[in-house]
Design a protein around this ligand. Structure first.
Ligand code: PGA
Length: 251
């Protein structure tokens, strides 16, 4: 059975103190509860070690990025080994904001993925089309190319360590969610692309998250789809009152 995951993506929000407070509050809210999915928080790099120290094993911690180089003279960059050394278990890679604002290409993301895996991190690898591509009916070819170009160099064993996150760019932070039907349709397609390359077993075991204006009111309907294995949550992960009901949508 593939993993169900609800992962928060705090993006560039919260000071260190606010972030630790939020993580502690989430941790306390989950204590003693039956949770039917893995819970992850994707926090700013400055916060990772402190957040790791503030939560129990029930909350996994993710970096939001890592470098495409192993180490050396790359001022300002944070390597996958550094991320792993904080106790983080995941790294979000290829978020559309990284692709759009920081020029992250498929080739760069291929390197980042290899380094993340080499350092024992689970990549939460984001794919998704922009509005014009959706309107032109090109969403399937866009996500297929994103997966092929950055991930299909991996062995089946390594691909099995990847979590995919389908995030239509037109739905991120816009309040405009993909319908449950749209999400199911493309998630099933993504799984078929994985199956064609790595076989049915690997595809069946691949966790595919939905992201883009996922919140307490639509999570249950989205997660009810057979190929939607959880969510990558931006805005609604910034307060426990909004994030917890999304986790509980699996109950
Ligand atoms: P959103 O962001 O939930 O605020 O739309 C999702 C994401 O970008 O991961």
């Amino acid at each position: 059975m593939r993993k169900k995951i609800v992962a928060g993506n705090w993006k560039m929000n919260k000071t260190l103190q606010e972030g630790v407070e939020l993580a502690k509050e989430l941790n306390a809210a989950l204590a003693g509860k039956t949770i039917n999915c893995d819970v992850v928080v994707g926090v700013p790099a400055t916060h990772i070690a402190s957040v790791v120290a503030s939560v129990d094993s029930v909350v996994g911690v993710a970096a939001q990025n890592c470098a495409d180089k192993a180490s050396g003279a790359y001022t300002g960059e944070i390597s996958a080994a550094m991320v792993a050394s904080t106790g983080a278990k995941y790294v979000i890679l290829g978020h559309s904001e990284r692709r759009a604002y920081y020029g992250e290409t498929s080739e760069i993301l291929k390197e980042k993925t290899l380094l993340a895996l080499a350092n024992g991190l689970t990549p939460i690898f984001c794919i998704g089309e922009v509005l014009e591509e959706r309107e032109a009916g090109k969403q399937n070819e866009v996500v297929k190319a994103q997966i092929e170009e950055s991930l299909f160099n991996l062995s089946a064993e390594d691909f099995g360590k990847i979590v995919l996150a389908y995030e239509p760019v037109w739905a991120i932070g816009t309040g405009k969610t993909a319908t449950a039907e749209q999400a199911q349709e493309i998630h099933a397609y993504i799984r078929s692309v994985v199956a064609a390359k790595y076989g049915a077993e690997v595809a069946d075991n691949t966790t595919i998250l939905y992201g883009g204006s996922c919140n307490a009111s639509n999570a249950k309907e989205l997660f009810a789809n057979p190929d939607v294995d959880g969510g990558l949550i931006g805005g609604a992960s910034l307060a426990v009152a909004n994030f917890l009901p999304i986790i509980e949508a699996w109950n």
